[in-house]
Ligand binder design. Sequence first.
Ligand code: FES
Ligand code: FES
Length: 141
Amino acid sequence: AQQRRQYHEKVLDHYSRPRNVGTLDKADSSVGEGLVGAPACGDVMRLHIKVDPATQVISDVRFKTFGCGSAIASSSYLTELVRGMTLEQAGRVKNTEIAKELCLPPVKLHCSMLAEDAIKSAITNYYKKNPNSKPTNLAGR
Ligand code: FES
Ligand code: FES
């Protein structure tokens, strides 16, 4: 008989072989940190991005997630997604894109939201540390 699985195989793959686990040097001005939590369950995600100041491209990215399998898979997939993106592109990543890739069921949507929040928070932190790098064309948006 077909077994009902709680997690899609893509979630299990990221969960068992998470990509880009770890941290970067927070003291480095080219590193932005995002630290976010999901009020619904208390899971926590930390994301570090290293940005090339000249091009605004994310050259490295690491995560540490204290949370459920879907949250770990969402962060793992997020790191693959945003590496090589500009900050502007990464800022437009939506949780629905992550949820779709991982086939997350509705009750697990907030796990992918954690990943969207984490990248947004890391970008905000980077701009805070590098106020002059914030693109002027973002003003008034
Ligand atoms: Fe327990 Fe997310 S609710 S790990
Ligand atoms: Fe809360 Fe997954 S159950 S992040």
